[in-house]
Design a binder for this molecule. Structure first.
Ligand SMILES: [Zn+2]
Ligand SMILES: [Zn+2]
Length: 176
């Protein structure tokens, strides 16, 4: 007499009981379906383990967000306001204005990154980079409003564009 081998019981996703899966979390071995699977540098993880494994410096809680946003709003209004008074946008395009914008952008980007380091205890990653970029755009907008130039100049503000491009890239590099 021979009996056919019984097939192993179908494994189902812990979060989606109607989905059969051959995948499991590499840490806690919970069955997970492709929808739940999270790729991490350490391997495939369930959403719970993926959250545990993420270094804290890359996670912004509501308080971190509030501090980060408050920081860039203050910097945006202060720097943008000063900039608008000292150097009003000019519709002239020239290498000199691009250089000035780039140099100012370097300073603005480095300052925003340094201040965010202090107010958010050295957070890193995409979220803090986005907040920093928002601060840079606020510098540009504030300066535009304070200087009171016609709106159509904004579209030809190459000094300002150079400033924003350099500032966002410098801040992103430092907050990576
Ligand atoms: Zn897990
Ligand atoms: Zn699932």
């Amino acid at each position: 007499m021979s009996s056919a081998p019984t097939p192993p019981p179908a494994t189902r996703c812990a979060r989606h009981p109607d989905v059969e899966t051959g995948l499991a979390c590499g840490r806690c071995e919970t069955p997970i379906c492709p929808k739940c699977l999270v790729y991490t540098p350490a391997g495939t993880r369930c959403p719970d383990c993926a959250a545990i494994g993420r270094p804290k410096m890359y996670i912004l809680g509501p308080l971190d967000y509030a501090r980060a946003v408050a920081t860039v709003v203050v910097v945006g209004l202060a720097v943008g306001g000063l900039y608008g008074i000292v150097l009003s946008p000019s519709p002239r395009i020239g290498l000199f204005s691009l250089l000035i914008g780039g140099a100012a952008g370097y300073g603005v980007g480095a300052a925003i990154a340094a201040l965010l380091d202090v107010t958010t205890s050295r957070k890193r990653g995409r979220q803090i980079q986005m907040v920093a970029a928002g601060g840079v755009v606020l510098v540009w907008l504030t300066r535009l409003v304070v200087s009171g130039v016609p709106l159509e100049w904004a579209l030809r503000d190459f000094t300002g564009f150079a400033l924003m491009a350099v500032a966002i890239s410098v801040a992103s590099q430092r907050l990576r």
